[in-house]
Design a binder for this molecule. Structure first.
Ligand code: COI
Length: 352
């Protein structure tokens, strides 16, 4: 792999010694370098690595006005031999371009994506700490930079990768509320894409939910609010009896990499998994008759996050505390693959 064409502007001094790696609030500390590449005159050009820091954009840059922006979430892991791994990075590459296409943005070239990412991670290898649970969160993103405020796609963009050392995404127990009024996405919309605006649109209803003591909303279908879809920062799984159920992908739901890995692991481990619509009524009924054993969310940042209870229609339901949960089973399987502890029969782990 020849990445010498990617120029590196060196930092004056690393910040690494100022960081408390045992007390990281998710996404608040960034490493020394970032990767940047611009789209101008119809092509992606000038991929560079430079010190992490502010970028300068005109106030008229379209991203500020129309939110033409997409992103990805990935992680780098280190094993006991100091080797560095990614988990199914091909999926993130594919998805950022699917998201970009939906927002009328140009596809980012595979070579720049992987050369830039690998070179950046090698430079920043000391920011990836050993030990299960430690990782370097990778945030690739694309923004519309063209200074022009007519409501149409830009002809200039910036692709960047920034890195943030991470431990867990959610601290403490997660209690959710099922959406009854607000929606995250609609048929034919951008729900399947990692579009920045999908997340901003959740902030207000999530703030209302937080005020009532719930950490997250499980979004329901926008038409009827009768079917459970995803949590906005996570896909969502339900366990009724010994059956695992998750909603099918559609244009409202993010095609989660962790989600699809769990479905695969379930099938391979003889766990009965159904990918089908899940109704609010079914989950409430299962909670009432004691058959609802678990709800958990899955995502790159959150990995697998058990949900301790949910609210809907003015009622609150508590999930039982169970031994040998599916959540811990899948989490261990995933982490063992990600940290090079177990075999990886699926070839999901990529050494860089
Ligand atoms: C991820 O899990 O990587 C995401 O992009 C979700 C984000 C809200 C942190």
């Amino acid at each position: 792999m020849d990445t010498s064409y990617i120029q590196v502007t060196p930092i004056k001094q690393s910040k690494i010694n100022t960081v408390d790696f045992n007390n990281l609030a998710f996404g608040t500390v960034f490493s020394d370098y970032m990767f940047e590449c611009d789209f101008k005159n119809g092509e992606w050009q000038n991929p560079v690595i430079k010190p992490y820091g502010p970028i300068s954009l005109e106030p008229s840059a379209r991203v500020f006005h129309y939110g033409q922006a997409v992103f990805e979430g990935m992680k780098a892991y280190k094993d006991e031999n100091e080797d560095i791994f990614l988990f199914r990075p091909d999926q993130n590459f594919k998805r950022i371009n699917q998201s970009a296409e939906r927002l009328a943005m140009p596809a980012f070239p595979e070579k720049f994506f992987f050369d830039g990412l690998k070179k950046l991670l090698h430079l920043e290898k000391d920011w990836i700490k050993k030990g299960v649970g430690n990782s370097l969160y990778i945030r690739p993103f694309v923004i519309a930079t063209q200074p022009a405020i007519s409501a149409s796609p830009a002809n200039e963009y910036k692709f960047m990768i920034i890195l943030s050392p991470a431990q867990s995404y959610y601290a403490g127990e997660v209690q959710v509320i099922f959406a009854e009024k607000y929606s995250r996405s609609a048929n034919g919309g951008v729900g399947f894409a990692k579009a920045a605006g999908n997340y901003a649109a959740q902030f207000y209803p999530t703030k209302l939910a937080n005020e009532k003591g719930y950490q997250q909303i499980i979004w329901t279908d926008a038409n009827t609010h009768e079917y459970l879809e995803e949590a906005g920062t996570m896909n969502i799984f339900f366990r009724i009896g010994d059956k695992l159920i998750t909603a099918p992908n559609n244009d409202r739901i993010l095609d989660g990499v962790t989600r699809k890995s769990i479905i695969h692991l379930a099938e391979d481990n003889n766990i009965d998994v159904e990918v089908r619509r899940v109704s609010v009524a079914e989950i409430k009924e299962a909670a009432r008759n004691g058959e609802l054993k678990e709800i958990f969310g899955s995502g790159t940042a959150a990995v697998i996050n058990p949900i301790v209870g949910f609210g809907h229609g003015g009622e609150d339901f508590k999930l039982p505390k169970i031994e040998q949960s599916y959540a811990s089973f899948f989490k261990e399987k995933l982490l063992n693959i990600q940290y090079n502890i177990s075999e990886d029969p699926y070839h999901w782990r990529v050494k860089i």
